[in-house]
Design a protein around this ligand. Structure first.
Ligand code: LRH
Ligand code: MN
Length: 409
């Protein structure tokens, strides 16, 4: 550690001690944030206007794992990769699992894809055509079987199902078909496996979406049972939605299973998490850590099992630096939320001291956590600055040999 860094880190620890922060607990809780990166975040992706093909993009799931392993090697907190089926379909999933383990990774959530087949234009599990519903259910069953081969414990479910015009479909009938399909899938889950239900208020459907908001996903999860929980994609809410309130509510209900983190300004922009609204990300972690501190309450136990996943599409960014940046942005806001003065906050809330309560939370957000995170990385044999370490690693130059025209979704 350089003298400057050492001095800065010592100053940080002094400041936090003066703030009454239990730095030992905070430091022990830093590694609790383990991020799952999406295989599709390493591939080419775009908008309806253009998919920009990039040099060195992985050409198959094995190369996606290579890139994910590089992100984990440099950050130390991205040990698993979510797969999307069929984008990551391989002949032998146990071989892919072995390859991942050799790379120091774990295969994570399995994401079925019921939004790219022509059959699903007017719906998949909610389609009026029973043959299409059966076909969709078959794909969900196949994905549960794949979980057995990859060792995954999460089935991550999102549906494009919806309509574009009033009267186009019977909304309550579709709700019944949605539940019917999930009851079958739920019954197929093995020990330790759970399903996370993701909602989205619009797109690609532009009149109604069958799973449009947290309440609909929560209702379905509750009707199914304890192995079904809600997945909050931070880009799937109407403008002005208080996402951290939804997080607090679902935590208290034991129904928050995981996140798809990304940044957004307008709609489902899938930008780098924390790039557009870092305070929202901090406030989400504030709710989670306040639950974690409770230990064995429903909210505490639920917070301890959250799956932190990134779901982004890097249309113009170099893929691996974008993923490293995303992981570091999450780590930074998690670290800041660990520096909340909980007793001061509780006291202000009890006394209805609005300004003091607001200041307590905001001041944690204003803490400079760089030297703490860099010191923590150095202690674990990780590079202090993963972004610079990647730029200097020569990895990008090595994978450039893959050429242009790698995997895209
Ligand atoms: C839908 C979504 C869903 C995925 C896809 C890649 O917008 O968030 O989680 O399957 O993006
Ligand atoms: Mn998502």
């Amino acid at each position: 550690m350089t003298d400057v860094a050492n001095t800065a880190y010592n100053a940080f620890t002094q400041v936090q001690q003066d703030r009454g922060i239990d730095l030992a607990w905070a430091t022990a809780t830093l590694p609790a944030l383990q991020i799952e990166t999406p295989s599709w975040g390493y591939g080419d992706s775009g908008t309806r206007f253009k998919v920009f093909r990039k040099q060195g993009v992985p050409r198959n799931p094995f190369e996606k794992l290579d890139d994910a392993a590089e992100v984990h090697r440099l950050t130390g907190c991205a040990p698993s990769v979510a797969l999307h089926i069929p984008w990551d379909k391989v002949d032998d999933f146990s071989a892919l699992r072995l390859y991942a383990e050799q790379q120091g990774l774990r295969l994570g959530a399995i994401n079925p894809n019921l939004f790219q087949e022509d059959d699903y234009m007017l719906g998949s599990v909610t389609n009026a055509d029973p043959a299409v519903r059966r076909r969709a259910l078959e794909h969900l069953r196949e994905c549960v079987d794949i979980m057995g081969q990859t060792g995954s414990d999460i089935l991550s479910l999102w549906y494009a199902d919806g309509t574009n015009y009033p009267g186009q479909a019977d909304l309550r009938q579709r709700k019944h078909w949605l539940e019917e399909a999930h009851r079958e899938v739920y019954a197929r889950l093995g020990d330790g496996q759970r399903m996370l239900i993701e909602y989205k208020f619009f797109e690609p459907a532009f009149y109604h979406t069958d799973l449009a908001d947290w309440g609909m996903a929560y209702n379905l999860a509750t009707r199914l049972g304890p192995r079904a929980q809600v997945l909050v994609d931070t880009g799937h809410h109407a403008q002005g939605t208080n996402v951290e309130h939804i997080v607090a509510f679902l935590l208290d209900e034991g129904a928050l299973g995981g996140f798809h983190f990304n940044g957004r300004k307008y709609a489902d922009d899938d930008l780098i998490v924390g790039s557009t609204n870092p305070y929202e990300l901090f406030l989400i972690f504030y709710q989670i850590i306040s639950a974690l501190r409770e230990g064995d309450t429903v909210a505490g136990q639920t917070a301890a099992r959250i799956a932190y996943m990134i779901d982004q599409s890097h249309n113009i960014e170099p893929k691996i630096p974008a993923m490293i940046r995303s992981v570091l942005n999450c780590q930074t806001q998690w670290a800041r939320a660990l520096l909340i003065q909980w007793d001061r906050l509780r006291d202000a809330q009890v006394r209805n001291d609005v300004m003091e309560a607001e200041a307590t939370v905001r001041e944690a957000y204003e803490q400079d956590v760089r030297w703490w995170l860099e010191a923590m990385r150095e202690q674990r044999g990780l590079p202090r600055d993963p972004m610079r370490a990647f730029a200097e690693s020569g990895y990008a130059e090595r994978v450039a040999e893959r050429g242009i025209g790698g995997a895209s979704w």
